[in-house]
Structure formats: C-alpha cells, structure tokens
Design a protein around this ligand. Structure first.
Ligand code: DX5
Ligand code: ZN
Length: 215
C-alpha cells in the first residue's frame, strides 16, 4: 500500500474546505503542502497561515515541503503552524546536517529533498538522519509539469541504500505523478506518492487516490 499525499498547490483556493473534506474522506494518509518563496523557486505560494488553517481542518499527516532559501529560519514557525513532516532542499540549506537535527529537535519528522540535477550520493552523509527522502521528479516551482523519467532510477538507488545500510527513511516522489507512472515508482521502492494535478484536476479524485493507494 502506498501513502498518497495530495498536493494542495493544485486545489481550488476558493474551495480549500472542500479540498480538505475530499482528502479527509479518502484513503490518502497525508496532505502535501508546498511552500515557495520566490527565491529558491520562481514561484510564490503560501505559508504558515494556510498551513494553520489546513491543520485545524484535518487529522491527516501534514507534510510540509519547504521550497525556500535558508529553511532553518522557519522550522519553528512551521512546527507551530502544525507540520508533522518538514522537508528541506539540500540546494537551499548550507548546513543541512544541522537543519535536519533542528527539525527533529522541534518534534517533526525530517525530510531532505533533491532536485532533478542533484545526485543521490550528495545526501549520503545525512541519510542516517533522514526520516524521509524526497526525489523531485520535476524542477520545483509549479504544478502540472511533465514527469522526469530518470527519477525512477534515483528511487531504486535510495531503496538499495536503505536495504544495504538499514536506513529507515521513507522515499517520496513529487512532480508529475500520475496513475500511469505511479506503479513504476512503487515497484522501484517509493513509499509516498505526491500528486497535485492528477488528483485535483481529475473528474473523480477519489478514484485516483484509491488506485494510487492500492499500489
Ligand atoms: C512542485 C511541487 C509539487 C507539485 C506537484 O514544485 O513541489 O508538490 O504541487 O504537482 P503535480 O502533481 O501537478 O506535478
Ligand atoms: Zn511538493
């Protein structure tokens, strides 16, 4: 069974309540919340107040993906706003080892994300600290982009490393995930499927969630 994490970036922001209701009533265990600062990525999305509102409306796992420069500045704020998992990018955090420890010290699960150009071996020295590794399968910043196929190989590599060294991180994939490529990802070892457009733009979002969850 895969963990499904619908990405609220693709939700209708005038109808956030119904987007949360949909997820609350579905088999999706997590909500994926994309925070963008207009610096690390070209886009600006939302921040703590929106997370706080979502938190008050759900008991699902709030999976916060920080696409911001120097994320260490905001770990405490996102914890306070209700994050369960906080993921930072290696490309945005100069002292990544310390940042992951900081996330754990506030009581959240610590995730590390790698962009499509970043090799798995660049995070080798922090894998023992990570509760989650996020493989970006598009360049971060926007929903609705095309899945980068090479990401599957990164998932397999992380899965192999996890077995060899008995690491405990979950492997998450984010960007362009659909019902077509999701089986390839779970077969390669992916545990958490993030999906925005393929869920919220579907005529039957619950059908998509159920079928991803069943993988
Ligand atoms: C992209 C975000 C993703 C995005 C995924 O920068 O990190 O979480 O919302 O959206 P889709 O599934 O539409 O690619
Ligand atoms: Zn994301």
């Amino acid at each position: 069974m895969a963990i499904v994490a619908p990405s609220f970036l693709a939700a209708n922001f005038l109808q956030l309540q119904s987007a949360v209701d949909l997820v609350n009533q579905s088999a999706a265990e997590w909500l994926h919340i994309d925070v963008m600062d207009g610096m690390f990525v070209p886009n600006i999305s939302f921040g703590m107040p929106v997370l706080q509102a979502l938190r008050s409306a759900t008991s699902k796992v709030c999976d916060v993906h920080l696409m911001i420069e120097q994320p260490e500045r905001y770990i405490n704020d996102f914890k306070q706003a209700g994050a369960d998992v906080i993921t930072v990018h290696i490309e945005a955090s100069r002292h990544l080892h310390r940042t992951l420890q900081q996330i754990k010290s506030v009581g959240c699960k610590a995730g590390v994300a790698i962009n499509p150009h970043t090799p798995v071996n660049s995070i080798q020295e922090v894998l023992h600290l990570a509760d989650l590794v996020l493989v970006m399968s598009v360049n971060p910043g926007f929903g609705g982009q095309k899945f980068i196929t090479e990401s599957i190989q990164k998932v397999a590599q992380l899965h192999q490393l996890r077995q060899t060294y008995q690491y405990t991180y979950l492997i998450e994939v984010d960007g362009g995930v659909t019902l077509e490529n999701a089986p390839l990802l779970t077969q390669a070892g992916c545990d958490v499927l993030v999906a925005g457009s393929s869920i919220f733009n579907a005529t039957d979002p619950t059908f998509v969630i159920d079928n991803m969850h069943a993988l």
